[in-house]
Design a protein around this ligand. Structure first.
Ligand SMILES: *[C@@H]1O[C@H](CO)[C@@H](O)[C@H](O)[C@H]1NC(C)=O
Ligand SMILES: *[C@@H]1O[C@H](CO)[C@@H](O)[C@H](O)[C@H]1NC(C)=O
Ligand SMILES: *[C@@H]1O[C@H](CO)[C@@H](O)[C@H](O)[C@H]1NC(C)=O
Ligand SMILES: *[C@@H]1O[C@H](CO)[C@@H](O)[C@H](O)[C@H]1NC(C)=O
Ligand SMILES: *[C@@H]1O[C@H](CO)[C@@H](O)[C@H](O)[C@H]1NC(C)=O
Ligand SMILES: [Ca+2]
Length: 535
């Protein structure tokens, strides 16, 4: 999902000092960056429409390009061979643009595929950081432009354009990987010694899709805050605005933030440290009905609000997650410390005149994908229709984009490795969805830790942000695992110190624990990693 990057996280990335030179890079004889060098590029069942290569001076990317958090150690300008491969799947009339960037000097012998966010399959600009670090790199538009409206590609009249949906969900990820590696070989004279995938959110889903369906493509996959279980969690994102409508309750963000802050206050110390972070969400049973009658002072719009039965009902239901008509759970709720304003956002002209501003992925999904009507007025959808759409989502889309296959046997057999992490304060992609998936993989294969590890990041929001520990070293840990056989027992992470404000440098350290272990405070300075252990 497209969430603005947190300043401190960029600092975190800058602080990471990497030592990623392959000891003996493949002997390379770099070819000319011309169309002719790449003219043999093709894949089964596709028609290459054009191949365009240009030499470009690439400057260090702007922070807005850092969604995928590729660790950066360098800045300045590098000379890059930039390739755009435009192709179509025979008989489908789709048009896919795939970008491969090849550093002209100092290739480190490695290749990386870069993931996207939200509806964006990938971007060319995300390749700037990897080429700075010496990687050859690829990404793809997946058959639709990043700025295209959903209905312009997902629908064809009243029907879904399944070719383009499959392109986005899975197919083009495999192809971009193959093209990237082949172009690398044509340019440097040898295939990459190691191939990696790096993505967060939709990129995290893509990493899991590759491990599940194209397990041979990557030696290592870093898949942060993964948007897996898509067919379930995306409709579940509409639960908060639906509740507002059912309760006729449209709170301001100030009111919602107040509820979240009360919950954090109540549960903060259950993990042994008062630091504004709820590290053990399983211990938090905060009852929002204890808040009824409490007054909250708000500005913009300015008012004193009294928390009501409806406030409590709303919070309790968002934390519990959507329910089916028999009361059974459809999906997880948000953790208590996740901002309620992400999925439960409103726009207020005065304190009692607020409109819901539902999250774009959920409204696109319900209207365009499930109802095939982008103009559908979602305020006409009630509980019963919502439940029906939820079920339709699972039946129609689970096999296409669910990305929830727990059988990673082939990935394991090939010796490949995957690291995922998820912020426990995530306001968009329910943290417990990743717990759910990892539990299912563990049930399928108790040896999962040999090739796939999941690290919980307390207090971190979606891919970045929040007061918690951000694992900026994830990619380095993955490389160490793949190339040196050094499995990550913990994941080094940084947060802002407890005693100071969020504007400070993130110098608070922790070693995040592989699930099901939990980061547990022992004693001493809570800003120091040594004061915690994994239990
Ligand atoms: C390379 O191919 C592209 C796409 O066909 C074309 O636009 C471009 O002019 C070609 N470059 C050269 C130097 O011929
Ligand atoms: C194929 O795609 C092109 C370009 O997007 C479009 O102009 C044309 O109408 C399409 N043809 C069919 C049969 O859909
Ligand atoms: C899907 O979209 C492509 C690109 O716009 C179009 O050419 C093609 O005809 C569509 N396919 C179907 C089956 O609607
Ligand atoms: C969410 O996952 C955590 C494990 O990290 C667990 O303690 C908690 O009970 C789960 N919550 C739900 C609602 O499943
Ligand atoms: C909030 O509502 C106002 C007035 O209706 C509108 O002009 C504005 O665009 C809305 N802002 C958002 C973020 O929806
Ligand atoms: Ca705490």
């Amino acid at each position: 999902m497209l969430i603005p990057h947190h300043r401190s996280c960029i600092l975190v990335l800058l602080l990471q000092l990497l030592d990623l030179a392959v000891a003996h890079p493949p002997r390379s004889t770099t070819k000319a960056c011309t169309n002719a060098t790449f003219e043999s590029l093709t894949l089964p069942n596709i028609d290459v429409l054009s191949i365009d290569s240009v030499v470009a001076q690439t400057t260090w990317p702007s922070p807005s390009d850092l969604v995928n958090a590729f660790p950066s150690t360098k800045s300045g300008t590098v000379e890059v061979c930039q390739l755009t491969i435009t192709y179509t799947h025979v008989g489908q009339n789709d048009t896919i643009n795939t970008w491969v960037w090849l550093p002209i000097t100092s290739w480190n012998g490695r290749f990386v595929g870069m993931g996207g966010s939200g509806w964006v399959t990938g971007t060319a600009s995300s390749l700037a950081q990897p080429v700075f670090e010496g990687y050859s790199a690829a990404s793809t538009d997946g058959g639709h432009s990043a700025s295209a409206s959903i209905q312009s590609w997902a629908l064809k009249g009243d029907d879904l354009n399944w070719s383009l949906i499959e392109d986005f969900s899975s197919i083009t990820l495999d192809e971009a990987s193959s093209f990237g590696k082949s172009a690398t070989r044509l340019f440097y004279g040898s295939l990459p010694k190691y191939s990696y995938f790096n993505g967060c959110s939709t990129g995290g889903r893509q990493g899991h899709m590759l491990a599940q369906r194209f397990p041979a493509q990557y030696d290592g996959i870093l898949a942060g805050s993964p948007a897996i279980n898509w067919d379930e969690f995306i409709p579940a994102q509409y639960w908060p605005p639906l509740l507002m409508q059912e309760l006729d309750y449209y709170p301001s963000s100030c009111e919602l933030d107040a509820i979240t802050n009360f919950a954090i206050k109540a549960c903060d110390e259950l993990d042994g440290v008062k630091d504004g972070i709820v590290s053990m969400p399983g211990l938090c049973y905060f009852d929002p009905f204890t808040l009824v009658g409490k007054k909250v002072r708000c500005t913009n719009p300015s008012d004193t609000i009294t928390l009501s039965q409806k406030s409590a009902k709303f919070a309790a239901s968002v934390w519990a997650g959507p329910k089916d008509s028999d009361g059974s759970s459809l999906w997880y709720g948000l953790t208590h410390d996740a901002p309620l304003t992400g999925l439960g956002g409103t726009n207020c002209s005065s304190p009692d005149a607020c409109e819901p501003t539902p999250f774009f992925l959920s409204t696109d999904w319900l209207a365009t994908f499930l109802s095939k009507n982008p103009l559908l007025d979602l305020s006409t959808i009630g509980l019963q229709e919502f439940r029906q759409l939820f079920h339709n989502s699972v039946t129609e889309f689970q096999s296409v984009i669910g990305t929830r296959d727990s059988n990673l046997a082939e990935f394991k057999k090939l010796g490949n490795k995957m690291i995922t992490w998820h912020g426990m304060k995530d306001p968009y992609a329910f943290y417990n969805g990743t717990v759910d998936y990892y539990d299912r993989v563990r049930a399928f294969d108790p040896e999962v830790g040999d090739y796939y590890r999941f690290f919980s990041a307390p207090g971190v929001e979606h891919c970045s942000g929040g007061p918690g520990w951000f694992p900026g070293d994830g990619f380095k840990a993955l490389v160490d695992w793949v190339e040196r056989g050094k499995a990550p027992d913990t994941l080094f992470a940084l947060a802002t110190p407890t005693a100071t404000g969020s504007a400070d440098l993130p110098t608070r350290t922790a070693r995040l624990c592989p699930y099901p272990k939990v980061l547990t405070y022992i004693k001493g300075n809570p800003d120091k990693a040594s004061s915690f252990t994994c239990k």
